[in-house]
Write a new protein. Structure first.
Length: 349
């Protein structure tokens, strides 16, 4: 039996039930497929689930999201990470609503013209939502295919070959199910460590399994970790309020909320960092909290010292900053690193 058919038979029995996935017999909703694919980039299914449901409840279709503001979308996204995705999500919603009448293009070419949709995402939406004969290749599919065919080249050099081989696993119909079957196989059976090969529908033809080298695929070049950067964060308290500002739209954590801080530098100097503290009238003394806050971004690790200061109740916020009640911080678009900083500064665990 052809591998593509074996795969679909397995999928019909073992498919995962996911909040964005159409049930058997249902027509996939392009909006849900798009939203889930953007959220799932570099994020796990477990982490995405609650966010997806929250977004769907707030904005049941792309037109509703387009009518919101970027700040609203960023607030809802806070904690999910990789915040450029949220900005692109909003830009794409606006483009679909304004330029396409609220309907997503049904081809890879049309989808790739939208903000934030690259080759993989376009192929995923085209296959899953519209049944186009194309195979998106995510990390799970990459792993399954590299093991099945024992692809020796290291990633990312191996990507074109893996893409070509993955296409051979497309059924003559049900392209979306073929893609989702491979995704599920990688997520549940062909896992990074200790794959359950005995349960795999493709195990008889898997070259890596035959060689006993399943866990060595895909081949990967050693990871390059960026140099440690350091900085200082400043928490200014005004009664039950804290001073915050919005980061520039472009760049890391663009448009997100943060407490004032210094530059994040490899050549960090604490004295220079302290000199970048916000000039708040009436703030006489800073108290440095014991320990530091650590956070790892995609390209570098970060370490922040945290300073806390207090001011009188009627103190005005410096230009470009604002006071926010601590009780409402949960509604702010705070990235995880700032949540850590505030928790550390306020003495929370």
């Amino acid at each position: 039996m052809p591998r593509a058919e074996l795969l679909l038979r397995w999928y019909d029995r073992h498919r995962r039930v996911l909040p964005w996935r159409a049930l058997p017999g249902e027509t996939p909703d392009p909006y849900r497929v798009w939203l889930s694919e953007i959220m799932l980039q570099q994020t796990t299914v477990k982490a995405v689930g609650p966010y997806f449901l929250k977004f769907i409840d707030r904005w049941p279709n792309v037109t509703h999201m387009a009518a919101a503001s970027l700040d609203d979308v960023l607030r809802m996204w806070a904690g999910l990470g990789y915040y450029s995705r949220a900005r692109n999500l909003y830009a794409c919603a606006v483009a679909v609503a304004r330029e396409h009448g609220g309907a997503f293009p049904d081809s890879e070419e049309g989808l790739r013209e939208l903000p934030g949709i690259g080759p993989y995402t376009a192929a995923a939406i085209a296959a899953i939502a519209f049944g186009r004969q194309t195979m998106p290749v995510d990390g799970n599919i990459e792993r399954v295919v590299s093991r099945l065919y024992a692809v020796e080249d290291e990633l990312p050099k191996a990507k074109p070959e893996i893409q070509r081989l993955a296409t051979t696993l497309l059924g003559t119909s049900r392209a979306g199910d073929s893609a989702q079957a491979l995704m599920d196989l990688g997520a549940t059976i062909c896992t990074p460590k200790k794959p359950a090969c005995a349960l795999c529908p493709l195990n008889d033809n898997c070259l890596a399994r035959i060689r006993g080298e399943q866990e060595t695929f895909p081949r990967k070049a050693p990871k390059k970790t960026g140099a440690l950067r350091r900085g200082a964060a400043f928490i200014v308290m005004r009664g039950d309020e804290v001073l915050v500002r919005t980061r520039p739209e472009k760049g890391l954590l663009g448009g997100m909320t943060e407490v004032p801080g210094s530059d994040w530098l490899v050549a960090h100097d604490e004295t220079i960092a302290r000199a970048q503290a916000p000039a708040v009238k009436g703030l006489a003394r800073w108290h440095r909290k014991t320990g530091t806050v650590t956070h790892v971004f995609t390209h570098f690790p970060l370490e922040l010292s945290v300073y806390v200061g207090k001011v009188a109740s009627r103190t005005k916020a410096p230009h470009g900053m604002r006071w926010v009640k601590i009780a409402t911080l949960k509604d702010e678009a705070l990235p995880n690193v700032m949540r850590k900083v505030i928790a550390h500064g306020l003495g929370e665990k």
